[in-house]
Design a protein around this ligand. Structure first.
Ligand code: FAD
Length: 402
């Protein structure tokens, strides 16, 4: 499946940062990671730092799957609002899921510092707008739930929004704990750091067969090479359906546009990240070089051609919406792209073991904040590999709620 098309901004801006050789010979390791996107990179880095011998395989160039299209918003909010998630999975489970994501946003910043390249990481506040008056009571409930469980949030009513911005909405939650990053660059930098610490990386190497053995897994690649590993991590993003006995996510097509550099951000309060209560939602951020990124307007995914045909129309619709919110900012589209992404029923990712796949851990950060979930996956899977206790192992397991 083509995961993205059009002109994703980051690979154009950063270029192909590094390539790796394909795997031509047989190798053995403690852990084989299939997928060199942001999730596989986070997992590989954490495993190799824990002293494990790691091999990473990707059928494309590294970071050229969905990660190439990632617009780089880092938020702790999952696709299901906290007050609704509490009804779905219970209070303790929902609150800890949100807390784990909130911690993950901060850990990503620390990690970028440790690998010596901020990759554009910047702490930001976010604004969660009421898309319509009908959404106001739900937004208020969400605000109260977040306050009750200690999340740093403020409530902006219409008057405050009008004083601070050109936004016409009736209210918004301001959240203190958000950030933004260049996820494409961060993936490459993490992989380089993993390789420096001993990981072996191979791109353009498709894994075509996995055989479970009593003491591990045996992988075959399309080049005929073989990887023997004690454990396997599947970090193949939205293409992981091939490895799972049941469907765990619905696929959507999503759209993103980056502007030409802007003279000013008039009416955009503090250049905060912005998103809204409507589903599918519209979202926005700015870049360090003075551009705006807007995205959303998702559609159920049918096939890449149908998704791609809509790109010009979606670019126009996203741009029009931007002008409605910020009439004094002259947004001119410079790059536009579309990508596929997966959403689960409860809005939570899937991380950990599956009963039908021995010796295997899945790292599937499905949902709008896949990057943040990738960090959680990396910590949980590291601890599973080390047979170390991690209280978050239960949060995102397969079979939850059944
Ligand atoms: C337009 C768009 C905007 C987004 N914006 C955001 C955002 O702002 N914030 C956010 O958190 N998330 C965002 N997401 C979601 C985000 O991109 C994903 O959550 C994340 O990039 C997924 O990373 P991944 O590593 O799991 O998957 P991928 O980047 O797709 O990596 C999986 C890798 O596995 C490889 N692979 C698959 N099968 C095989 C095989 N058989 N053998 C070898 N290799 C294989 C693929 O080649 C691929 O490189 C966005 C997604 C899109 C499409």
């Amino acid at each position: 499946m083509d995961l993205t098309s059009g002109c994703p901004f980051w690979p154009i801006r950063d270029g192909l940062i590094i390539t790796y050789p394909p795997l031509e010979q047989d190798v053995s390791c403690d852990v084989a990671v299939i997928g060199g996107g942001i999730t596989g990179a986070l997992v590989a880095f954490h495993l190799v730092e824990a002293g494990l011998d790691v091999v990473v395989l990707d059928k494309r160039d590294m970071a050229m799957g969905s990660t190439a299209g990632n617009t780089g918003l880092l938020q702790y909010e999952l696709d299901t609002p906290l007050h609704k998630l509490i009804d779905l999975v219970g209070e303790a489970h929902a609150v800890r899921s949100y807390q784990a994501c909130c911690e993950a946003v901060k850990k990503i910043g620390l990690l970028a510092g440790r690998i010596g390249d901020s990759c554009g990481f910047e702490h930001k506040e976010s604004l969660y707008l009421a898309s319509s008056l009908r959404d106001l009571p739900g937004l208020r409930r969400e605000y109260e739930a977040r306050c009750k469980f200690g999340f740093a949030v403020d409530w902006w009513d219409r008057k405050r929004l009008a004083a601070e911005s050109s936004l016409p909405q009736a209210a918004a939650i301001v959240s203190k704990d958000a950030a933004q990053i260049d996820a494409y660059r961060f993936t490459h930098r993490l992989l380089i750091a993993a390789r420096t610490r001993g990981a072996r990386l191979y791109d353009r190497t498709r894994v075509t067969r996995r055989t479970m053995k009593p003491r591990g897994v045996d992988l075959r690649t399309e080049r005929g090479s073989r990887v023997r590993a004690r454990k396997l991590v599947i970090a193949t993003g939205y293409e992981a359906a091939a490895d799972l006995p049941e469907a765990v996510a619905d696929l959507n097509s999503t759209y993103a546009v980056v502007s030409e550099p802007l003279m000013a951000f008039t009416g955009w309060p503090g250049q905060r990240l912005i998103w809204e209560t409507a589903r599918p939602y519209f979202y926005l951020r700015t870049t360090a070089d003075g551009r705006a990124i807007i995205g959303g307007y998702d559609e159920p995914f049918r096939d890449p051609r149908a998704r791609d045909r809509l790109l010009p129309r979606k670019t126009t619709a996203l741009t029009r919406r931007f002008h409605g919110l910020f009439p004094r900012i002259g947004f001119e589209p410079a790059y536009a792209w579309t990508g596929t992404f997966g959403a689960t029923k409860d809005g939570l990712p899937y991380i950990g073991a599956h009963p039908a796949r021995p010796h295997t851990y899945f790292a599937l950060g499905y949902g709008g904040n896949g990057t943040v979930c990738g960090l959680i996956a990396a910590e949980v899977i590291r601890d599973l590999c080390l047979v170390r206790r991690n209280a978050d192992t239960e949060l995102f397991r397969f079979g939850r709620g059944s």
